[in-house]
Design a protein around this ligand. Structure first.
Ligand code: UFG
Length: 333
């Protein structure tokens, strides 16, 4: 049985879908603070899934989950808005760091010693060189990144003392949705680029803004490495296999080795939708690094991972999902 924390959220739910389709038994533990019960209900149609509503800040909730026979944990549950983390660091340290400490505590008590953890490129901070490999120094520039780095360090210490084996996956910019549009990215507060572009098409009250056109990049807008959600999930499955095969604690970047500027992503969206989309330009968004591109060699070499999908694939699947989410049908012509 695999325990997936945060399995009702964007990335967690895609992982649960893949596990269920591979015939695995899964428990989702989620407090539904940002995840959705509708997502859980969809997932239940695809395999043997138990949903437990609970909070990582309540250790008794976690203990109950471990009455089941858990073989390994995939830990997604976390708050993940960079801007919010700057304004409300208390909430972030409490939820992300304390919550994970409780989880690890109960894991050790129950002798469950395999965990795949959702980490982030935000642990690197302002890049010193690009593409960023795993040897790049980790110096986060915001509380969100700090919480994820603290958890990585906790996991190292827990390995030395208790033999906990972790794989930390450092995501770059995750994009796209389930190919059949059964689930997708669904945030009540949406800050991410591709969904914001698409939302401006479906909702005439929303305007898409480009944050900053004076960066030192090919066209003045920020460059990011957009990794498709399905490719990203494949790495989680491989990481789990790696741990079951006796692999040691390790950490990997998940990206494509390629950068796209905000303008390029915007143009790609217009092309996929075959539509001119309204756009405004705004000041730089605070805390945005100029360029973030992953060196993904290590994940390929050690996990045997391969990224297959393109930016266009991600935009197309995100579009199909957004169409469903908005309840509107926008005909491509
Ligand atoms: N952007 C816009 N307009 C928008 C939204 C975003 O121009 O409406 C720009 C941003 O300024 C940035 C780029 O698009 O230059 C990507 O922004 P996202 O918000 O989609 O993604 P981030 O790179 O800011 O954040 C991602 C993850 C975080 C993680 C971070 C690592 O979502 O969880 O990478 O730096 F912390």
């Amino acid at each position: 049985m695999i325990l997936v924390t945060g399995g009702a959220g964007y990335i967690g739910s895609h992982c649960v879908m893949r596990l269920l389709e591979a015939g695995k038994k899964v428990i989702i533990f989620d407090n539904l603070s940002t995840g959705h019960i509708e997502t859980v209900n969809e997932l239940k149609k695809h395999g043997e899934l138990e949903f437990i509503k609970g909070d990582l800040l309540n250790i008794e909730d976690i203990k109950k989950v471990f009455n089941n026979n858990i073989d390994a944990v995939i830990h997604f549950a976390a708050l993940s808005l960079v801007g919010e983390s700057v304004k409300e660091p208390l909430k972030y340290y409490y939820n992300n760091v304390m919550g994970t400490l409780n989880l690890l505590n109960v894991m050790i008590e129950n002798n469950v010693k395999k965990i795949v953890f959702s980490s982030t490129a935000a642990t690197y901070g302002e890049p010193k060189y690009t593409p960023i490999d795993e040897l790049h120094p980790q110096n986060p520039i915001n509380p969100y990144g700090n919480t994820k780095l603290m958890i990585e360090k906790m996991m190292d210490d827990f390995d030395k003392a208790y033999g906990l084996k972790s794989v930390r996956l450092r995501y770059f910019n995750v994009a796209g949705a389930d190919e059949k549009a059964r689930i997708g990215e669904w945030h009540n507060i949406e800050t991410h680029l591709i969904p914001n572009i698409l939302k401006s098409v479906f909702d005439e009250n929303k305007t898409f803004n480009i944050f900053g056109t004076d960066y030192n990049t090919k066209d003045g807008t920020c460059v990011r490495d957009y990794i498709n959600i399905e490719d990203l999930i494949t790495a989680h499955i491989l990481a789990l296999e790696y741990l079951f095969n006796g692999g040691n604690t390790n950490f990997f970047n998940l990206g494509t080795n390629e950068g796209n500027s905000v303008k390029e992503v915007f143009d790609a969206c217009q092309k996929v939708l075959n539509k001119n989309i309204n756009v405004s330009t705004k000041e730089r968004r605070e805390g945005d690094p100029e360029i973030l591109v992953a060196d993904n060699k290590k994940a390929k070499e050690v996990l045997g991972w391969q990224n297959n999908k393109t930016l266009t694939d991600s935009i197309s699947s995100a579009f199909e999902w957004e169409k469903k989410l908005s309840g509107k049908i926008y005909a491509k012509n």
